[in-house]
Design a protein around this ligand. Structure first.
Ligand code: C5P
Length: 237
């Protein structure tokens, strides 16, 4: 399947049309951004690592009956997937407090939460992705029905129920992550975007070392080595 027209360019990906109206190609870029685009950099090979990691995780989720947009990895930087109407809600799942949760609510960094927390952020760069409650999401028309919000939460928990124990077997704590959802041509809600160290936090279970984009956000260095290690553990290398 060949790339045709550039449909969209985001911070980490370009989306291309194909000859099939229901399928598009994501091109994973090496660009890195944080703090709503204020901090920028690039790391050669990062896009390919995220494409490979996402491919493995989408396959794992499909094996566990979670519908995703994934069709196939085409080459190092390209993934073929279903076209979907993006739901402008970032679904954040948290097992351990850190990041904005600790900052906003004063919960101790590293505290294991008594239950998995699912939050919604409004996917809106101009507004800085503010927190949303269900009424906000409905008033903004981000979904049509409360049922759909309930479904997003349910699917996000199902993803966590698969990924958290999976990463535990790889010696990684799945601290938190961000998911995006869309509606496919039949109106079904499916998981879209990517699942990678750009949008998940992984802490080494033994050492607590950060193996994700916090290495860039916090200026720790060693981002590519950490992403490679995540991929190698997934591939049992
Ligand atoms: O910054 P915060 O603590 O809210 O991030 C929670 C999780 O969501 C982290 O894993 C982070 O990588 C991810 N996230 C993201 N894109 C955003 C906001 C958060 O991938 N715009």
């Amino acid at each position: 399947m060949e790339k045709k027209e550039l449909l969209y360019e985001g911070k980490a990906k370009k989306i291309w049309s194909t000859e099939d109206a229901n399928l598009v190609i994501s091109e994973f870029k090496d660009d890195l951004t944080a703090f709503n685009g204020e901090k920028k950099s690039s790391e050669a090979g990062k896009g390919a690592l995220n494409n490979k990691i996402s491919t493995e995780l989408f396959k794992l989720l499909a094996d566990n009956k979670i519908p995703t947009h994934f069709v196939e990895m085409l080459d190092d930087n390209h993934m073929l997937h279903k076209k979907a109407d993006v739901i402008l809600i970032e679904v954040i799942v948290r097992n351990i407090a850190t990041g904005s949760l600790s900052r906003n609510l004063g919960i101790e960094d590293g505290k294991v939460l008594p239950f998995t927390l699912v939050e919604f952020d409004y996917k809106n760069d101009d507004l800085g992705d503010p927190k949303l409650n269900d009424q906000h999401a409905l008033i903004l028309g981000l979904v049509d029905y409360q049922d759909e919000l309930d479904k997003l939460r349910r699917m996000a928990r199902q993803v966590n129920d698969v990924l958290k124990p999976y990463f535990a077997t790889k010696g990684l704590n799945l601290v938190d992550f961000k998911l995006e959802f869309g509606k496919d041509a039949d109106g079904n809600i499916i998981l879209i975007d990517e699942i990678s160290p750009d949008n998940c936090r992984f802490w080494d279970a033994e050492t607590g070392e950060k193996m994700d984009k916090d290495r860039f956000r916090q200026g720790l260095g060693g981002l590519k080595v950490a992403y490679e290690e995540v991929l190698n553990r997934i591939l049992n290398k």
